[in-house]
Ligand binder design. Structure first.
Ligand SMILES: C[S@@+](CC[C@H](N)C(=O)[O-])C[C@H]1O[C@@H](n2cnc3c(N)ncnc32)[C@H](O)[C@@H]1O
Length: 285
């Protein structure tokens, strides 16, 4: 069954803010997210050290909770670097890679030419109902509306199927949030969904929690510009609406740099934290 993401927006009824999470984000936001990840695609594998660490941790949870027989989807697969690991873990079965950013899928086709892949938005996957036994989605949900995308993932999952999920919690980039606080009117850091809101969305999607974990991971660089470059190198610099259009003034930048010195470690590096949330979810059999 093919579903058209554009129509979902056009058909969406007017809602109050409490219901907003059930809708896909507006097109400009998705286009911006897709464009940023698209630009990062060529250098993604080299830059994605932290993303691989998160996949490693999620894999351990997944091995404890294998899927029933059937296809596995990697939703928000990026360059597909984790597909070989999924193949090793769960044996030869149909693996489908899905991502919003076409250049990510182009990278995937270069490294794994036989891998089936589909250009897809997590809010409206072009996959049939109950067609997947397992869905792997690492570090994609934070770019999506949790309610709308979890409902969609649950629709695609067959009864008894398992969803292995990692996303980012509100502690992510807290150092940046503090350093940029009040520097101007613009937003400098994306807001991340708290675990309680995620849990509520999980329950509304009809999924139950088999396992969960929460870990702080850090990325380091010699200076603040280097830390921001590392975030940009994986395409993760989108901050949502009300972002700054031009460069920060020199004075303001120096203030942010000075504040960020509070996060210099004894080995001389600056660090930024990622509040990684891990969930293993199951659709009732
Ligand atoms: C940080 S990367 C993670 C990629 C890979 N899962 C990994 O662990 O390295 C996030 C990926 O999610 C994709 N993405 C963001 N929003 C999406 C959406 N609404 N639907 C599908 N993919 C999306 C991006 O294009 C990007 O490739």
């Amino acid at each position: 069954m093919i579903r058209d993401p554009e129509r979902m927006d056009a058909d969406a009824p007017a809602v109050n803010t409490a219901d907003e999470d059930r809708l896909p984000p507006p097109d400009p936001t998705r286009r911006r997210v897709a464009a940023r990840f698209g630009r990062a695609a060529a250098g993604y594998d080299e830059a994605a050290t932290l993303q691989r660490r998160v996949c490693d941790r999620l894999s351990l949870l997944a091995l404890d909770h294998p899927p029933p027989a059937g296809a596995i989807v990697d939703a928000g697969c990026g360059t597909g670097h984790w597909l070989p690991a999924l193949r090793r873990a769960f044996g030869e079965r149909l693996l489908v890679a899905a991502d919003l950013a076409l250049p990510m899928l182009a990278q995937l086709r270069r490294s794994q030419p036989d891998q089936p892949c589909v250009a897809a938005d997590l809010h409206a996957l072009p996959l049939a109902e109950e067609s997947a036994a397992g869905i792997w989605s690492s570090l994609c949900l934070q770019w999506c509306r949790p309610d709308a995308s979890l409902m969609e993932l649950a629709r695609v999952l067959r009864p008894g199927g398992v969803l292995w999920l990692s996303t980012l919690g509100p502690g992510t980039f807290s150092e940046l949030r503090t350093a940029f606080a009040g520097i101007d009117e613009a937003r400098h850091v994306l807001d991340f969904v708290p675990p309680e809101r995620l849990d509520a969305a999980v329950a509304r999607a009809g999924l139950s929690v088999l396992a969960r974990d929460r870990r702080r991971h850090v990325a380091c660089a010699p200076d603040l510009a280097g830390l921001l470059r590392a975030i940009k190198a994986v395409g993760a610099q989108e901050v949502g609406d009300n972002r700054r259009q031009g460069l920060l003034g020199r004075q303001a930048w120096r203030t942010v740099e000075r504040r960020y010195e509070a996060y210099r470690r004894t080995d001389g590096l600056l660090e930024v934290g990622y509040d990684a949330l891990y969930l293993v979810l199951r659709k009732s059999p």
